[in-house]
Design a binder for this molecule. Structure first.
Ligand SMILES: *Cc1c(COP(=O)(O)O)cnc(C)c1O
Length: 496
């Protein structure tokens, strides 16, 4: 199977090339030319297997230039020994119809681990195939969770360097501490004066700067991305939606007779796009419910067809979704326009120039057929955390709360009673401060006291990877202007 760029159909590459490079030369994103489909019997067979075997099966369909043993090496390396009980994506039932897909049992307690534990394996395997001996330099822009998950995944991986940029005022104290205490010789962390979109734009600009790319080449290095613009991030995310379906199959024929809905707390549109690909593979997903926080650019887009980032940017208690430029939407629009690369390039340049574009009626109609968009403000997020705990004795984080709230709105508006899978994207302990406040419990100033209080008051256990941070040494305290990111990168690499 080959991959092509959303902005240039003539760019046709292997999956190894797409993963090793991260982004196409003209700035487009790589997408598979076709999507492998599975039959009912395939899913039933997969239902009998564990997560690693499910992962291998799905990845084989998308990474056809990898050998079976390479895929096994990647999947086992990522999913054995790094997640609680070797179950990366367990499904918990809140009630008969509501299923929570817990995606935070990995080393950094957020769903990014599901992709970023395997990406280093995929990337180094890809680089061996297509980048003969060059050192891979991973640049990451993060709204909090990607950064730590990428640092953890790439820590001391041979022939890689990783540099993470995060918005100085846009991450939770726990997220910041997780990143700044990261171990490893090949890691670097820097805050920027700006928001996530500034960080993401800065990284994309560096990636596509010919002068910088040439400098790297002279030094036997090449850039790649660990953000969800890299196909190597998205492919592993498809696995857990297929896996969730396999788990639901145990509930019997009748339970899924009309399919099920999926609700995803969304920022960069990566996670929900993976659910779309799972649907395209044959998983009987009915609606993809796109849940946003107060930065509701996607809600408006799904409802009107106008993507307009010219609006206030809010710093919320669900910081990993504080995003106004959802990169992966580009992939979705490429599919919805029947692969119209010219149109995608045009819309993306309009977005860059004016911060805005409008899709045509046919695209909007298809978008609405697939998606339902809703949003949730801060007060409602807090209320949802409290009510979910009171009603079900189940503790959720701020991002998951946005999804739960939007799903309630969806049910009210549509009366759709199908079962739902709600993606739970982070451990509540990653946002202990906001969660305590939502529960109406006084919040201690110290982050770790907050963790202990949350544990005492809710009778739940904090994840071990967060507890060890209490005594971890802070290694990084860098801060730079957003326009200086390229200088910081070259300095760190010892170039120029
Ligand atoms: C990254 C993140 C999101 C948003 O996911 P996208 O793939 O960017 O849409 C939601 N919740 C948490 C906890 C995250 O870390």
């Amino acid at each position: 199977m080959q991959y092509t760029s959303t902005r240039d159909n003539k760019a046709v590459v292997s999956s190894a090339y797409a993963i090793a490079h991260g982004i196409s030369v003209e700035g487009g994103l790589f997408v598979p030319e076709t999507v492998p489909t599975l039959e009912k019997a395939d899913f039933e067979a997969l239902a009998k297997l564990d997560y690693v075997a499910r992962a291998e099966y799905i990845l084989k369909g998308f990474l056809t230039d990898f050998t079976d043993s390479e895929i096994a090496y990647c999947a086992e390396g990522a999913y054995l020994g790094n997640f609680d009980e070797d179950k990366p994506a367990p499904l918990k039932a809140l009630d008969d119809k509501t299923n929570i897909l817990e995606l935070w049992h990995g080393p950094t307690c957020a769903f990014k681990d599901l992709a970023l534990q395997i990406l280093p394996y995929l990337l180094t395997t890809s680089a061996k195939k297509v980048a003969d001996g060059k050192k891979t330099v991973i640049l990451v822009a993060t709204s909090g969770d990607t950064g730590k998950a990428a640092l953890e995944g790439f820590c001391d991986v041979k022939d890689t360097e990783i540099m993470v940029f995060y918005p100085s005022d846009g991450v939770s104290p726990m997220q910041q501490l997780q990143m700044n205490t990261q171990k490893g010789e090949n890691v670097y962390v820097c805050a920027i004066k700006g928001n996530f979109d500034d960080a993401q734009t800065g990284v994309k600009t560096i990636f596509t700067n010919d002068e910088i790319k040439a400098l790297l080449k002279d030094n036997n290095m090449q850039f790649s991305s660990a953000n969800s613009i890299n196909w190597g991030r998205l492919a592993p995310q498809i696995i857990y939606y297929v896996s969730a379906y396999c788990d639901l199959l145990q509930k019997g024929e009748d339970y899924l007779k009309d399919g099920f809905n999926v609700c995803v707390p969304t920022g960069n549109f990566g996670n929900i796009l993976a659910a779309y690909y799972a649907k395209a593979m044959g998983v009987p997903i009915n609606k993809l419910i796109c849940a946003s926080n107060s930065n509701n650019v996607l809600t408006d887009f799904i409802n009107t067809g106008v993507y307009d980032r010219n609006r206030s940017f809010y710093t919320t208690i669900s910081p990993s979704m504080d995003i106004l430029i959802s990169s992966n939407l580009e992939r979705m629009l490429y599919e919805l326009t029947e692969k119209d690369d010219k149109k995608i390039a045009l819309w993306q340049s309009e977005l860059k120039e004016n911060g805005k574009y409008t899709v045509d009626e046919t695209v909007l109609a298809k978008l609405k057929e697939l998606f339902w968009g809703g949003c949730c403000d801060e007060a409602k997020t807090q209320k949802t955390i409290k009510e979910t705990f009171e009603n079900y004795g189940y503790l959720i984080d701020t991002h998951t709360a946005v999804a739960v709230s939007v799903y309630e709105d969806y049910k009210k508006e549509t009366s759709d009673a199908r079962p739902v899978v709600i993606a739970s994207t982070a451990s509540p302990y990653k946002f202990a401060h906001s969660v305590l406040e939502s529960l109406g419990i006084e919040v201690p100033a110290d982050e770790f006291e907050a963790v202990d209080t949350l544990s005492d008051k809710t009778n739940t256990t904090p994840p071990a990877p967060l507890s060890v941070l209490k005594t971890a040494k802070v290694r990084f305290s860098n801060l730079c202007e957003k326009q200086d990111m390229s200088k910081v990168v070259l300095n760190r690499l010892g170039i120029k």
